[in-house]
Write a protein that binds this ligand. Structure first.
Ligand SMILES: *Cc1c(COP(=O)(O)O)cnc(C)c1O
Length: 412
């Protein structure tokens, strides 16, 4: 037996964090709830729910039924399930619109040759999450022009353009919600619904404000997806799919473990057994399973998100950003500008830093520093980097300022 190591001051010190043990540096994240940086930081209450959930077995479809009650209460939707993220929610939403309760279609996906399979969307809404829709087997048909985007004209998508694109091959309309697209939503809903076409709304990042949990369902969305790992503060690989009960049920059955025996299968009330001609096999969503821990964590995070004081949080963020801006007066090559929360299209206050040199070079230097620091790069092509306070821990602020002052000196 090896002799016990003598106790040193080091051994008595704080136990190493999991990241220290793995040799992975912790990063200062002023870029927001980005998936590649691990999404949101979770509250202890959320972690406790996940730990409790981990210690017992439950029927996942019963747990999803309980989730449905919580999500319905928060969104006003008929039903809802926890998904493994909003992107998974888009695939499942598409699969639900493609297959409904048809077991043959569920079995065929992503082969959609024998079913209506076109998902319509405005050309101006196309983005890299479209892949999640195509993954279910849908073909995206984009319509309209990008006149506003290019400055070539004044009009957005119009009803006649949607109507001209709807035919027997259409399965759904996908609407990507942002403050800029919201004005078009009533027209899209009315036109699509006139032709019996369900509307899926991608509202993954449209929180806060918490009122948006209800906005899209109230506007008539058949299905809406939200990220759980962004502002809600749930587990990073979680999301919400809410909407029509039949479509949510179809999505659920297409993501569940279906290795069940017909004699004993007793699915939750979300699944309409009478509407199913047989018991589906593992569906297109089987790879998107959510754990009981993620379901429990998301639900607790959602309840906290709904109950929190949005004004007070925004005021705290603003005060911290103002203090950071003031401290950055020591960095002459940086000009800070507070983008205040206005409750219209700016729901989280931000600090924009205009850099006298190349913002990409500064960002690269910050990311390779110690500790590594991440700022928002969406406007880097205009030499602007953004500080988003949502994932910035209070202890991070002073370190962030020091890193910015040092890096901005050497990167000019
Ligand atoms: C973040 C985001 C998604 C993906 O959300 P996940 O929860 O990370 O899967 C989809 N659509 C939009 C518009 C997003 O911003």
């Amino acid at each position: 037996m090896a002799a016990r190591a003598p106790k040193t001051a080091l051994a008595e010190a704080k136990p190493k964090t999991i990241y220290q043990r793995l040799g992975v540096p912790q990063r200062i994240n002023a870029a927001g709830t980005l998936t590649r940086l691990g999404g949101s930081l979770m509250a202890p209450e959320v972690l406790l729910a996940m730990a409790q959930a981990a210690e017992a077995s439950v029927d996942i479809s019963e747990l999803q039924s309980a989730a449905s009650r919580v999500i319905a209460a928060c969104t006003g939707a008929q039903a809802g399930i926890v998904t493994s993220g909003a992107a998974a929610g888009l695939t499942l939403a598409t699969a639900a619109c493609l297959a409904g309760w048809d077991v043959n279609r569920m079995a065929a996906l992503p082969d959609t040759r024998a079913m209506p399979h076109r998902v319509l969307m405005a050309r101006t809404h196309r983005n890299s999450y479209d892949h999640a829709v195509r993954l279910a087997g849908a073909e995206i048909v984009d319509i309209g022009h990008n006149d506003r985007g290019t400055g070539a004209g004044v009009r957005g998508l119009e009803a006649w353009e949607i109507e001209a694109a709807i035919d027997a091959r259409s399965a759904a309309f996908l609407f990507v919600a942002t403050p800029d697209t919201l004005a078009d939503l009533p027209m899209v809903m009315a036109t699509a619904h006139q032709h019996g076409l369900p509307v899926i709304v991608d509202a993954a990042a449209q929180l806060p404000p918490r009122s948006n949990l209800k906005t899209f369902i109230e506007a008539g969305a058949d299905l809406v997806v939200f990220s759980g790992g962004k502002a809600i503060g749930g587990p990073q690989p979680s999301g919400i799919l809410a909407g029509r009960r039949d479509l949510v049920g179809s999505a659920l059955v297409q993501m569940m473990d279906m290795d069940v025996s017909p004699q004993t299968w007793s699915p939750s009330a979300l699944i309409d057994r009478d509407a199913l001609k047989g018991i589906p096999h593992h569906g297109i969503g089987r790879g998107f399973k959510v754990g009981k821990e993620e379901i429990a964590g998301l639900l607790v995070a959602l309840e906290r998100f709904v109950a929190r004081d949005e004004d007070a949080i925004a005021e705290q963020f603003t005060a911290r950003l103002q203090a950071i801006a003031a401290a950055l007066s020591e960095a002459p090559s940086l000009t800070a500008r507070l983008i205040a929360r206005d409750g219209v299209d700016q729901h989280v206050p931000l600090l924009e830093l205009t850099f006298a040199g190349s913002a990409h070079a500064l960002s690269r230097r910050l990311q390779h520093g110690m500790p590594p620091v991440h700022l928002g790069e969406r406007l880097a092509h205009q030499n602007v980097l953004t500080i988003n306070p949502q994932t910035l821990r209070p202890d991070d602020d002073a370190v962030l300022v020091r890193c910015l002052i040092e890096s901005s000196r050497s990167a000019v």
